[in-house]
Design a protein around this ligand. Structure first.
Ligand code: GAR
Length: 189
């Protein structure tokens, strides 16, 4: 019997959130980051995982949507929670059914605004800037079969200043992500 809860992180990009999560739980008796999954073989997040001795898995679109090989791996690894940290593919129904309220995403805006297909990364911050918003933030939410529509678990806000560029906004939002994502996960588990 395992004595720690197992997380699988799904990520496609730089992996700064994944790094924070791995660091946060590195010496935990309660939680272990068991697996990092990416759809991009060159993604930096895979190097981060390897540096910390976390197993990695690269997935391909066809097998992700048309087979349940990934599900079998997640079950073999006794995964309790799937964490999307900059993972941009829509999660297929078989995974949502296998992990009810056990898939969590972080989004770099205050949902329901600035969410949905195509709203990711800098696109979000550019849209926030273009709309002249005075506030933005982060949303951590459960994942359902639509992009960015699952139940909200946690939000935190930060100001948008008139002189901010989208890059400035991105930086401020990422600070919130790095601060809150690991602790919110710890509370969930
Ligand atoms: C994060 O800002 C996350 O909120 C965003 O991708 C970034 C990944 O950064 N996710 C989305 O936009 C999902 N729609 P990271 O690879 O440095 O953690």
């Amino acid at each position: 019997m395992k004595n720690r809860k197992h997380i699988a992180i799904f990520a496609s990009g730089a992996g700064s959130n994944a790094r924070r999560i791995v660091e946060y739980f590195q010496h935990s008796d309660a939680v272990k980051v068991q697996l990092v999954v990416s759809n991009k073989p060159q993604a930096s997040v895979l190097d981060i995982a390897r540096d910390f001795g976390v197993d990695t898995l690269v997935i391909h679109r066809s097998s992700f949507y048309d087979s349940e090989a990934l599900l079998e791996r997640l079950q073999a690894d006794q995964i309790d929670l799937i964490v999307l940290a900059g993972f941009l593919w829509l999660i297929p129904p078989y995974l949502i059914q296998a992990f009810p309220r056990r898939i969590v995403n972080i989004h770099p805006a205050l949902l329901p605004r600035y969410g949905g297909k195509g709203m990711y990364g800098m696109h979000v911050h550019e849209a926030v800037k273009a709309a002249g918003e005075t506030e933005t933030g982060i949303t951590i939410h459960y994942v359902n079969e639509q992009y960015d529509e699952g139940q909200t678990i946690f939000q935190a806000a930060c100001p948008v200043l008139p002189e901010d560029t989208p890059q400035d906004i991105a930086r401020r939002v990422q600070e919130l992500e790095h601060l809150y994502f690991p602790t919110v996960l710890a509370q969930l588990l």
